[in-house]
Design a binder for this molecule. Structure first.
Ligand SMILES: [Zn+2]
Length: 272
């Protein structure tokens, strides 16, 4: 191929890439191909404050502004719909969070949390997706300590005379076995793993947060999600430096930028 035709081919390829890679609407917002609706779940809230930070601020005060910032950036940059499970300092049970995501028809669910450890050196990002075996065996010891905190908080947050479930649905949620029998679970499960890896790598690059790893656990908020779902732990509140950074709105904005970039990248990945 001569130089002229090579240049022409390169120009056409560049044009096609720019058209196909980032389609935009009339407002210049990126049109996502696969994700139409994102559900963000700011962890804890109300009577369940979550872990304390080294500054004395609690996890619930950090997860909400990060979720709101992600929503703001998504609305500015994309045409995607966004639902938050809470917008204030309110108590919501874990099952209720997943129910909200399912009822909203979300295409994916990100539950936002902060880590804490007795090891003062522990820091960095972790992203969890469901461990089906642990979920099936239901070893409660595998449910992390913060889950217990949320479970404990479910009773007082339900006003007397009300139930946490819709009338007529007292039989409770689907069993985990029922969920696993659903063929769509396996597709969602694969996509959850891809989403977790994309979030970990992209936030690490954008926000320069140390990358720990993608892990699997039987977090209750993941068990009944009918969509790709992850728990994103954005850092350690117990770490002297990271714990202080996490309450900084500028730092929260950078984390949100990493999440949005990850979601744009995830949207371009092709399901197997
Ligand atoms: Zn938490």
């Amino acid at each position: 191929m001569n130089i002229v035709s090579q240049r022409a081919t390169a120009s056409i390829a560049l044009f096609l890439f720019s058209v196909l890679a980032t389609p935009c609407d009339a407002l210049g917002k990126t049109k996502l191909k696969q994700i139409r609706h994102i559900v963000l779940d700011p962890g804890h809230g109300g009577t369940n404050p979550g872990a304390p930070s080294v500054t004395g601020v609690y996890e619930k005060h950090i997860t909400l502004p990060i979720a709101l910032e992600i929503e703001k950036q998504l609305r500015e940059a994309t045409d995607v719909n966004v639902t938050l499970t809470r917008r204030g300092d309110t108590s919501i049970g874990l099952r209720e969070r997943t129910r909200l995501a399912n009822d909203a028809g979300g295409d994916l669910l990100i539950s936002i949390h902060c880590n804490s450890s007795e090891n003062p050196d522990a820091n960095g990002l972790e992203v969890y997706f469901l461990d089906p075996e642990a979920a099936v065996t239901e070893f409660e010891s595998l449910v992390e300590r913060e889950e217990q905190g949320e479970a404990d908080a479910q009773s007082p947050e339900t006003p007397a005379g009300e139930t946490a479930t819709t009338p007529g649905e007292e039989k409770g949620p689907l069993s985990i076995d029922q969920v696993l029998l659903d063929a769509s679970f396996y597709k969602s499960h694969e996509r959850s793993e891809v989403l977790a890896g994309t979030l970990l790598d992209t936030i690490h690059k954008v926000a320069k947060i140390p990358r720990r790893k993608v892990r699997q656990a039987a977090f209750a908020v993941l068990k009944e999600a009918r969509m790709p779902a992850v728990v994103l732990e954005v850092g350690y509140l117990s770490h002297a430096v990271e714990g202080k950074k996490l309450i900084d709105p500028n730092y929260q904005e950078i984390i949100a930028r990493g999440v949005v970039k990850a979601l744009l990248a995830f949207d371009k990945t092709v399901p197997r």
